[in-house]
Design a protein around this ligand. Structure first.
Ligand code: SAH
Ligand code: CA
Length: 217
């Protein structure tokens, strides 16, 4: 988490479910082998994603921005047998690591989830996806968030949940804009768009870097 005093932060983490061993291992390997491990969802947000997924028990999940698969595994925790998870990431170098951990996850929980990794620019891939989703996690490049929003609204069932990450952008959404910052102006518009869209019920949670839940009416 970013915004709370450290002692409160520690207390909250200590009184939430522990991070599963597989995610600890994934985190260690990400730090050893991959640049920018800061992009990992992290233990506390991971438990939040797992909880949301368990509550929703989604049949079809789409993740935009997978990195090394941390959040995908958290979402998979709450998916029922026979459900389907599709992830998108532009970075082909991460594909093998994500597959390895997903296989280990399915073996460890004896869970049967169909898993497909799509590699490439999300904006090209989303329109090509068949069918609709019950849960979509938006966590790729921030300058494209508004495009992702419009693209996924074609792909959601009624009652679906859209989870959007990093919507507070280290607090920059309430600071003076820097001329070269291409992400914050988009996030400002994105956050307003979610709030104003009559097709959604939206609540922005101050979890870690800001996590918005939007329920499709
Ligand atoms: N969801 C992950 C973190 C994702 S980090 C977790 O919580 O652990 C953001 C990811 O978005 C990176 O892996 C990056 O490669 C990917 N990304 C950036 N631009 C993209 C694009 N245009 N299309 C698809 N993925 C993209
Ligand atoms: Ca993120």
């Amino acid at each position: 988490m970013f915004f709370l005093p450290n002692n409160l932060d520690d207390y909250i983490v200590a009184h939430s479910e522990d991070e599963p061993q597989i995610l600890k291992d994934l985190t260690r390997e990400t730090h050893q082998k991959v640049l920018q491990p800061i992009m990992l969802s992290g233990a506390y947000q991971g438990r939040v994603l797992s909880m949301i997924s368990h509550l929703k028990a989604p049949q079809r999940v789409l993740e935009i921005g997978t990195f090394t698969g941390y959040s995908a595994l958290c979402l998979a925790e709450g998916m029922p047998a026979g459900s389907e998870l599709i992830t998108i990431d532009i970075n082909e170098e991460l594909e093998d690591m994500v597959s390895k951990y997903f296989t280990r996850f399915c073996e460890s929980v004896n869970q049967n989830i169909s898993f497909t990794q799509k590699i490439g620019p999300a904006l090209e891939i989303i329109p090509e996806l068949d069918g609709k989703f019950d849960l979509i996690f938006i966590d790729a490049d921030k300058p494209n968030y508004i495009h992702y929003f419009h693209a996924i609204m074609e792909k959601v069932n009624s009652g679906a949940l859209i989870i959007s990450d990093n919507v507070l952008w280290h607090g920059k959404v309430v600071e003076e804009l820097k001329p070269k910052d291409s992400s914050t102006p988009i996030l400002l518009k994105f956050n307003s768009l979610l709030k104003e869209d009559p097709r959604l019920q939206t609540v922005l949670f101050s979890i870690r870097d800001g996590l918005t839940l939007s329920r499709v009416l």
